[in-house]
Design a binder for this molecule. Structure first.
Ligand code: SF4
Length: 353
């Protein structure tokens, strides 16, 4: 039977909290009425009177998750089996909007793709980082990188977008997706088309082969564009990208997530970056607080601040020192986040301060 595990109270901003489970399994038919019960409890007891506290996470924290769950279950007893209970017909109606593309029957490994990788190291590097496995034989998922160091992370021009639309039509059933990591994805590309797509993407600066690496930075608009910012974010990202411009070195560091926010609102998700950078204001000057050990995904964690803040000009050196500690401490094949979790922050503090 299909159902949902339901968690409540998660969020970032100035009060980062990991959501907690209130129901291990809600059958699919009841997921809407269950969510309605959550909202009704929040609407009744949440802090709508206070802009900063008007969050489900604040109510869950105030009541405790057990009491919040008790109230949701009590409320659900009234709404369960009500008008918003899902039927198979309704699910089928919605599912009809998400049909499977007309995939061709292809061999699992395209021979041409293998030989193109063998013949062209730049293409092979891109394929290794920015091409992901697909569940349909002969197809691949392509990450079009928006992390060209010459531009702000996540930026794309109108001309580039027109080209991406053409490639989506030509290679990926007319669909392109935007990710919260600030890249674009073509989700259904034939392996046989990858080389042609790479050549076009590369020619227009959309094939930076660094997906999931240190310079694939999530970065909010910060002080360059956002009226709420305490500090600029984009120049920090670009300075780090300029410092770490050696692909072999980036590949040696391996999978790592660096996220930057220009203020506590956390639009750049710094709380869940393996390395998080937060812009702070000190006496009218821009400073940067660094946290380590955050993580998104199934092993979510909130990063911990390592100590005093740094000036903008110090940031590339600070990141270098953190990476030096990781490379000295890591045990065979260990990812950055796993090293931080194993060693704790102390070796990193020693290396940085
Ligand atoms: S984190 Fe702050 S500075 Fe960055 S976009 Fe959000 S509100 Fe603006």
């Amino acid at each position: 039977e299909i159902g949902f595990r339901v968690l409540v109270g998660g969020g970032m901003g100035r009060t980062p909290i990991i959501g907690e489970e209130i129901n291990a399994f809600v059958p699919w038919q009841h997921i809407i009425t269950y969510n309605e019960a959550i909202l009704r409890v929040y609407n009744r007891y949440g802090r709508r009177d206070n802009l900063y506290k008007a969050r489900i996470k604040i109510l869950v924290k105030a009541l405790g998750v057990a009491e919040f769950k008790r109230q949701v279950e009590e409320e659900w007893a009234f709404g369960k089996d009500g008008a918003n209970t899902l039927t198979e017909a309704e699910v089928a109606r919605v599912a009809a909007h998400f049909t499977t593309p007309a995939y061709e029957t292809l061999p699992g490994e395209d021979a041409g793709y293998a030989s193109q990788r063998a013949a062209n190291t730049a293409f092979a590097a891109w394929a290794r980082r920015n091409v992901l496995a697909h569940k349909v034989p002969g197809y691949a998922i392509v990450v079009l990188s928006l992390k060209n160091p010459a531009t702000a992370p996540g930026d794309i021009t109108a001309e580039q977008l027109d080209l991406v639309a053409e490639w989506a039509d030509a290679y990926s059933f007319g669909e392109v997706r935007a990710t919260h990591e600030q890249n674009l994805v073509l989700a259904d590309v034939k392996q046989a088309d990858l080389f042609a797509l790479w050549e076009k993407a590369r020619a227009t600066g959309l094939a930076t082969p660094t997906f999931g690496l240190l310079t694939d930075i999530i970065c909010c608009p910060g002080g360059d564009f956002c009226a709420l910012a305490n500090a600029k974010s984009i120049p920090i990202a670009n300075a780090i990208q300029a410092r770490f411009d050696d692909l072999d070195y980036l590949y040696d560091i391996g999978d790592i997530e660096l996220n930057i926010s220009g203020c506590m609102n956390s639009c750049g998700h710094h709380h869940v970056g393996h390395i998080g950078i937060l812009g702070v204001d000190k006496n009218g000057e821009e400073w940067y607080q660094v946290s380590l050990g955050g993580s998104q995904g199934n092993d979510t964690s909130i990063g911990k601040v390592i100590g005093r803040s740094f000036a903008a000009a110090e940031m590339p050196d600070v990141i270098s020192k953190i990476i030096d500690v990781y490379r000295a401490q890591r045990q065979d094949g260990e990812r950055f986040i796993d090293t931080v979790r194993r060693t704790g922050l102390d070796p990193f503090k020693l290396g940085v301060y």
